[in-house]
Design a protein around this ligand. Sequence first.
Ligand code: SAM
Ligand code: SF4
Length: 338
Amino acid sequence: MDRPAAKPEMVDPFGRTVSYLRVSVTDRCDFRCVYCMSEHMNFLPKADLLTLEELDRLCTAFIAKGVRKLRLTGGEPLVRRDVMVLIRALGRHLETGALDELTLTTNGSQLARYADDLFAAGIRRINVSIDTLDEARFQEITRWGRLPQVLDGVAAAKRAGLKVKINTVALKGVNEAEIPSLIEWAHGEGHDLTLIETMPMGDIDGDRTDQYLPLSEVRRALSARWTLDDLAERTGGPARYVRVKETGGKLGFITPLTHNFCESCNRVRLTCTGKLYMCLGQEDAADLRAPLRASASNDLLHAAIDEAIGRKPKGHDFVIDRASNRPAVPRHMSLTGG
Ligand code: SAM
Ligand code: SF4
């Protein structure tokens, strides 16, 4: 009997084409950012992780089904052992033209070591997370991170030819006053910068309602200082972009707590254990590890992916519950990688 051919495109029940896969290659990290993890995180047992070969097979299945952009994240993707083996393997899809872009979100701690290899594997743009340029504050926010190491990494990335975008989580009373100087620094170095609102995900040690800083407020303050020209460009994600006339650089605002981006959502997220999350803000996930391991052929896997895309929800429902201060989504960002 003929096997049903894999669908070339993944279209969800709301007519959205899924073309962007974010893959968390590890839940582990060498930092402990206050908004992301508790200092004493329990990580997944290593035995639960998909192997690099399995991650490659899964990503390749998604590419066969229409994914054009793939972002590796974590945890910290560059602390996974032999991660370059995976990155180089995925780079072959850039050469064949099956994939438009392979990219990475990183805390930058290992970049000095990997920048040239990343470029050689076909990566051209990366996101590096930096919330402050003050060394002491950097340590307060990341707990275990060292700013000079990250800045060396960013410089190495630039030298290697990688286009760097800086991601900055806006934290009330923490880096709030420093946001203009961070933008000036990034734009002066030729990097775009995107501000991110804190999302209520996972248990952390502190009080999240204290950290929450609405980007509408930040934007208002920045508008008093600079001319912000709206850019039409949309990524299918929760980011809006402006050009800062005075610096010439691009500035993004990611406001995940608003709903206005869900209708154009083109992405799904895969964890390092093979769970597929169809929405960052919802608990529903599909297990792809079982169909992956059940057979050497990809038929079961393709069917499981189709079934999962068929239940991609219309939108999310983030709230920071001010009464209980419990996260609306109990899993950590380090599992799905943001
Ligand atoms: N470790 C890498 C890094 O920090 O870039 C990749 C994973 S990290 C989870 C991805 C992004 O999510 C980072 O830019 C980080 O600042 C952001 N992030 C983590 N927890 C968050 C939260 N609760 N709210 C908003 N952004 C968060
Ligand atoms: Fe690690 Fe990134 Fe989470 Fe910070 S935000 S703890 S660097 S995974």
